[in-house]
Design a protein around this ligand. Structure first.
Ligand code: AHR
Length: 496
């Protein structure tokens, strides 16, 4: 069938910047994300710096990942940073109680993480331990990282080979404090935040952007209490976690690779719930902070399916299909359109865990469909959001309807306009009649990510099944661009 959407983009007076930090990543000590993902055996025959895999680094640099959140997740609230510094063979080991009960040898610690960030040219976002750590422990970690001059922690850092402070900018105070981070009430968390944050000091030239552990999905009360009880000057951001679980049932989440259209449709419905979550949490924040000083930080998001059969269920290893790419495109469009409040987000979890950008197997690696979405969207980073109006046809299944098309647009510092479009409809191509108001354009170029089936994946046998190609399915007539969006596709366009 042939259906129509009408998109109007207002290029007259852009004001909101789309923070590049919306395109952030999250990597935890979980399964094979850090260990055997970034950090490999010294004997492994791949290009490495120390034990950091440089092919993984190069792929992430290509999409300009702006920041990396670490060491958790749930792991953050049982991580004791002093176990992860100094001579590696002498570092104490621990049990990773959340993720498979495996032994953590602490070979990847503070210095190794910050070395990784320097290689990636990404800003570090460290989640401090509030659940099982002390105020002193967190305070000392910040001193170790960010202080200059002479102090017990700067001496220790120098003895471990690092002279200059790293000036870590982003600082999480606990993680999921309503759950794995300590099962706190919001009132209790807000009080504890004030105490921990007080002693996580701003050292000269290294002001911390402190991020409070925020709500689980629709827990609006959590946001309300944090906004009411935490002074705004203490908190750069307040977080939100939301995962797309295909069946909606955490006990049986659904397969990453084998699902029918009904399940695909339900998954997209749940993915689109992010729009409502961001709007409603923002509305609460607006009441306390009408100037939007505090950022909403969606520091965990993505699809969470059952693990791949035959893998350790505690390692959360899942494949990544065209469906996941459609989720990533849709979610990033939502974040862009809410860039006035959403100023940071972190996909869970970059390598080998949940909705990964990269999968590795021994010395091999592959790029997932989700990776390519970040590639298609990267021009939005730090560009100015252009307000849009979109009338999209419905995609109907089993008596329910979702908007078939979603979009966002921006103008970069060179005056080029970038538009990203997603067609979720599994059956219909859609023509998007696009009008750019207030800015004439002469040339258009595009790229598209699509594939035959929503279950299509990249495997180690066939790494390039789902991969972007040049797109020329558009026709310009004056200020109107008619774009033919194939079913199940993600398209990026540049107009200049
Ligand atoms: O990303 C996996 C886990 O999901 C994180 O450790 C935790 O914060 C969340 O529950």
């Amino acid at each position: 069938g042939q259906q129509q959407a009408v998109l109007t983009i207002d290029a007259a007076a852009p004001k909101t910047t789309i923070s590049r930090h919306i395109y952030g990543q999250f990597s935890e000590h979980l399964g094979h994300c850090i260990y055997d993902g970034y950090w490999v055996d010294e004997k492994m025959n791949v290009p490495k710096k120390d034990r950091i895999r440089l092919d993984v680094v190069a792929a992430l640099k290509k999409i300009h990942i702006p920041n990396l959140r670490w060491p958790g997740g749930c792991f953050a609230d049982e991580y004791h940073w002093r176990d992860g510094i100094g001579e590696r063979s002498r570092r104490p080991k621990m049990i990773n109680t959340h993720w498979g009960g495996v032994t953590e040898d602490n070979s990847f610690g503070t210095h190794e993480f910050l070395e990784l960030c320097e290689l990636l040219d990404a800003e570090p976002y460290i989640a401090g331990n509030m659940g099982s750590g002390t105020v002193e422990e967190m305070s000392r970690w910040v001193e170790y990282l960010n202080a200059d001059g002479d102090s017990p922690m700067t001496r220790l850092r120098k003895a471990n080979g690092r002279d200059q402070p790293w000036k870590v900018p982003f600082w999480g105070v606990g993680n999921e404090s309503w759950g794995c981070g300590g099962n706190m009430t919001p009132e209790y968390y807000a009080s504890e935040f004030r105490r921990y944050a007080t002693f996580a000091r701003n050292y000269p030239g290294a002001p911390l952007k402190k991020i409070a552990s925020g709500a689980n999905a629709d827990d609006y009360n959590w946001t309300e209490v944090c906004m009411k009880n935490i002074p705004q000057h203490m908190m750069w951001g307040l977080s939100l976690h939301y995962y797309t679980v295909p069946t909606g049932n955490w006990g049986r989440k659904g397969s990453a690779t084998s699902f029918n259209e009904t399940e695909y449709f339900k998954t997209m419905q749940r993915c689109l719930h992010m729009e409502e979550l961001v709007a409603k949490h923002s509305a609460i924040m607006d009441r306390y902070d009408p100037e939007k000083k505090v950022a909403l930080v969606v520091d965990e998001w993505g699809i969470w399916t059952d693990p791949e059969p035959g893998t350790n269920p505690g390692f959360l290893y899942q494949q990544n299909s065209l469906r996941d790419a459609l989720i990533a495109g849709t979610t990033l469009n939502i974040f862009n359109n809410h860039a006035d409040r959403v100023r940071m987000a972190n996909l869970a979890q970059t390598v080998n865990v949940l909705q990964a950008l990269i999968l590795t197997k021994g010395t091999e690696m592959l790029l997932t469909p989700t990776y390519y979405v970040f590639d298609l969207f990267k021009e939005h980073m730090d560009a100015k959001l252009l307000p849009i109006q979109l009338a999209a046809p419905g995609y109907n299944k089993d008596g329910a309807t979702i908007p078939a098309v979603n979009a966002s647009a921006s103008v970069d510092s060179n005056g080029r306009v970038h538009i990203t479009l997603v067609n979720l409809d599994a059956d219909n191509a859609i023509t998007v009649q696009t009008t750019l108001k207030g800015k004439p354009f002469k040339t258009v170029s595009g790229r598209i990510l699509t594939s035959g089936k929503f279950t299509d994946i990249n495997t180690f046998e066939n790494k390039n099944l789902v991969k972007p190609v040049a797109f020329n399915g558009f026709k310009q007539t004056g200020a109107v661009l008619s774009v033919q969006l194939p079913r199940l596709s993600i398209v990026s366009l540049t107009l200049e």
